[in-house]
Design a protein around this ligand. Structure first.
Ligand code: 13P
Ligand code: SF4
Length: 301
């Protein structure tokens, strides 16, 4: 089947089945042809919370589909490929419990890139686009933050009156980007603005002109009068910016900065899932009941 045929078939079938396809902007770019929404983790969870569709096909990684299922217990949620987020998998239920025991009576914030079991033990959830607001909303001078130590560091830098004790997780994809990479690109492109994701190491964030979620970086690029941007995040964002703003020079750090888990879904997999309804995501009821409070509290902000 050629690509056009594949796209037509998916778009027809998703209407027939009243299904919605939600895609993260690190997905293979061809998935945009069939997606109803492409965005960052916050946008995706907001959409998942209000969709009228009966079925949600999540073109993303496991925690995203799990979050959609927690928000829609009566709906069917599918992940075309069961692929996890390496950062989310750095902490499990036992480890979050131990972390809290070691640091008792402190509000716990978890990055949405975490499992439902971990969320069930936390007070509030956040994404890269609202982490500062979420921590601020707690009106406290101390929080525990899991699992991303770099996002925690970025929040602490922005809220110097809050002491953050961070779990030592990180994103292996963003970890590959160094300050030296940025400086080298900047030397080659002195007029370029540096955009980076808060999952990047401190040394990268410190020398960036703008730090934000994937969607926030894309919005910044759209609205800026500048013509050149060094983009310190996953390749999917770089490719979408190059596609959407052909008059701007979008400079990737390297073609090696891609998330292998995010790249697993293909159009063929999406069609297969629509046809066969495989890989339905289930969340333990007790875990889901506790985890929803943590997600809902964030969505209310
Ligand atoms: P955002 O799209 O929320 O910025 O998150 C990036 C990410 O790594 C998702 O796993
Ligand atoms: Fe997880 Fe990093 Fe991949 Fe995002 S880019 S899904 S944080 S491993």
């Amino acid at each position: 089947m050629d690509k056009r045929e594949l796209i037509e078939k998916i778009n027809k079938l998703k209407k027939e089945k009243n299904a919605i396809i939600l895609a993260h902007c690190y997905q293979n770019i061809e998935i945009d042809y069939v997606a109803d929404f492409v965005g960052d983790s916050l946008g995706l969870s907001q959409l998942a919370a209000k969709t009228n569709a009966d079925k949600i096909i999540f073109a993303g990684v496991y925690f995203m589909a799990e979050t959609a299922k927690i928000l829609n217990p009566a709906k069917k949620v599918y992940l075309p490929n069961i692929s996890g987020c390496d950062m989310a998998d750095m902490i499990n239920l036992e480890q979050i419990k131990k972390f809290k025991e070691k640091n008792p009576n402190i509000p716990t914030v978890c990055y949405i890139n975490s499992t439902a079991a971990v969320k069930s033990e936390c007070d509030i959830c956040c994404t890269s686009s609202n982490a500062i607001e979420v921590v601020k909303s707690l009106n406290t001078n101390e929080v525990l933050f899991v699992p991303d130590r770099y996002l925690a560091g970025w929040v602490e830098k922005n809220l110097p009156n809050v002491k953050i004790t961070a779990y030592q997780g990180y994103c292996p994809t963003h970890f590959k980007i160094s300050a030296e990479d940025i400086i080298n690109k900047k030397n080659e492109n002195p007029n370029a603005i540096v955009l980076s994701h808060p999952e990047c190491r401190d040394e990268v964030v410190e020398i960036s002109d703008f730090v934000g979620s994937t969607t926030q970086m894309m919005k910044y690029c759209k609205e800026s009068k500048n013509k050149e941007f060094i983009v310190a995040t996953e390749l999917g964002v770089v490719q979408r910016l190059q596609r959407d703003y052909p008059d701007k020079k979008i400079i990737p750090i390297s073609k090696e900065i891609f998330c292998p888990s995010m790249k697993e879904n293909t159009l063929e997999d999406i069609l297969y899932t629509l046809e066969n309804e495989n890989n339905e995501i289930k969340v333990d009821e007790n875990i889901a009941k506790k985890a929803i409070n943590c997600i809902d509290r964030m969505l209310k902000i």
